[in-house]
Write a protein that binds this ligand. Structure first.
Ligand code: DGL
Length: 270
């Protein structure tokens, strides 16, 4: 029997904006027949500078909407929301959540120079999740942390290679390289969209780590365990919602999968 996309429950994904598309991109590679619902909370983006309570309330409201739409798993495709809200989400809702892990462990274990860089939002760098991960896995390396102030806004405006983006990245990446970092962890889901410039500034000897492929693998194994993994064929199985404008969401999503119909991009007022 051929399985269609309606046979299995959808997976919800959310971020403060378009950054979570870097996770969605990996998810559709592994699960091309799965139905996804993507929420970009553009009306409240960026989350980084917001109080933790506000990020928890936005994350809860979005989760309620995703569950109303039938989502059986929610991927919190935002490091800042994972750090601020995932434990509250797990206590409020009875579905599994997949969060973003700061990829400090692989960076620290593969580093030859003994120096790694971490680029993330202020909210992530000051959160318990990141600091506990550092304590557990990075005690043997020097960690150069940089808060990527302004980068989320540049990605949200679609300015992936603009001069200001390059200036900001120079400011954040150069000190890491100068300190001898041979691995740089991207601790915000918006940043993989800047990887071309990041590679250019960091140079060839530096490995850039995007945790999205590992998060996608984890989601796939959870979906298989729950019996909601749709092994059907590829299609346009994602509906995209934005609480703000859909334009950048549309152009970035179409740069990943060009044939998505416009009708799948919708405004959401929650
Ligand atoms: N993509 C979000 C993250 O991974 C962006 C944070 C923000 O909105 O400030 O942290």
């Amino acid at each position: 029997m051929r399985i269609t996309k309606f046979d299995k429950k959808p997976i919800g994904i959310f971020d403060s904006g378009v950054g979570g598309l870097s996770v969605w991109r990996e998810l559709i590679k592994l699960m091309p027949g799965q139905e996804f619902i993507y929420i970009a909370d553009n009306a409240f983006c960026p989350y980084g500078p917001r109080p933790k309570e506000e990020v928890i309330e936005r994350s809860s409201r979005i989760t309620e909407f995703l569950i109303e739409q039938g989502a059986a798993i929610v991927v919190v495709a935002c490091n800042t929301a994972t750090s601020a809200a995932i434990s509250t989400l797990r206590s409020r809702f009875f579905i599994p959540f997949v969060g973003m892990e700061p990829a400090v462990k692989p960076a620290a274990s593969f580093s030859k120079s003994g120096v790694i860089g971490v680029l993330a939002t202020k909210g992530t760098l000051s959160g318990d999740l990141y600091n506990n991960t550092l304590e557990r896995y990075a005690s043997n390396v020097e960690v150069i942390e940089m808060a990527g102030v302004g980068l989320v806004q540049q990605v949200e405006e679609g300015k992936l290679e603009d001069p200001l983006t390059e200036t900001l990245l120079n400011k954040y990446i150069k000190p890491m390289v100068e300190a001898g970092a041979d691995h740089i962890v991207l601790g915000c889901t918006h940043y993989p969209f800047l990887s071309k410039l990041i590679h250019k500034i960091a140079g060839e000897g530096v490995t850039i780590i995007d945790p999205a492929p590992a998060v996608a693998r984890h989601t796939l194994s959870l979906a298989s365990e729950l019996g909601i993994f749709n092994t059907g064929e590829s299609g346009f199985n994602t509906t995209f919602y934005s609480t703000g404008g859909v334009e950048v969401l549309k152009s970035l999503a179409k740069s990943i999968s060009s044939e998505i119909p416009d009708s799948l991009f919708r405004n959401l007022n929650i």
